[in-house]
Design a protein around this ligand. Structure first.
Ligand code: PRP
Ligand code: 7HP
Length: 188
């Protein structure tokens, strides 16, 4: 795989600008703050993709939060397809028993990752368990997942930036853009 030094050359279209993302994160933070008023919340970030979203969202939520980090992977290496096999690479650091837990994801695609994670976290007996995702790609869903907070519903295109990767690159783009298919098909 060739990774351009100019990452933007691999982007066909900017789907969400930095400003649009910031406005949505502020909106989600206020909504979550209102829903959890007078309560404390544990945010569980699903690394690595949710890292920028988590960092921004936690500061937009006006109620006390604890954070914890999990790392799971199902899109190993240079692929745009889920392997369907979800692996926990890093587990929670603290117990969530009896806690109000909100999972923070960057994207829901097939739903396989969250389906696995929700079952896993439910087994730890939180008081409540909800899901917040920045992006939702419903066209590719294989398992139904009830999602409580959605930033943007996007079309069936492979996107990168603001945490999302292809072959581990592009995560540091400030916007979300559609990756040119030539980059992953090798054609063109
Ligand atoms: C990506 C993304 C979600 C998952 C969504 O993770 O961050 O966790 O895929 O896809 P799904 O709904 O089809 O399961 P990935 O496995 O690429 O790991 P990463 O977060 O480290 O990039
Ligand atoms: C995973 C993933 N990673 C980056 N871009 C997308 O469009 C994706 N869908 N599922």
């Amino acid at each position: 795989m060739t990774v351009q030094t100019d990452m933007t050359a691999d982007i066909g279209e900017i789907l969400l600008t930095e400003e649009e993302i910031a406005a949505k994160v502020a909106e989600l933070g206020s909504q979550i703050g209102a829903d959890y008023a007078d309560r404390r919340l544990t945010l569980v970030s699903v690394l690595k993709g949710s890292l920028p979203f988590m960092a921004d969202l936690m500061r937009a939520i006006p109620v006390p939060v604890r954070i914890d980090l999990m790392e799971v992977s199902s899109y190993g290496g240079t692929t745009t397809e889920s392997s369907g096999l979800v692996r926990i690479l890093k587990d929670l650091s603290a117990t969530i028993e009896g806690e109000e837990v909100l999972i923070v994801e960057d994207i829901i695609d097939t739903g396989l990752t969250l389906n696995y994670l929700v079952r896993y976290l439910r087994g730890k007996n939180p008081r409540s368990l909800r899901i917040c995702t920045l992006l939702d790609k419903p066209a590719r869903r294989l398992v139904d997942i009830p999602v409580d907070y959605v930033g943007f519903t996007i079309p069936d295109q492979f996107v990168v930036g603001y945490g999302l990767d292809y072959g581990e690159y592009y995560r540091n783009l400030r916007f979300v853009g559609v990756l040119r298919p030539e980059v992953y098909t090798g054609v063109g």
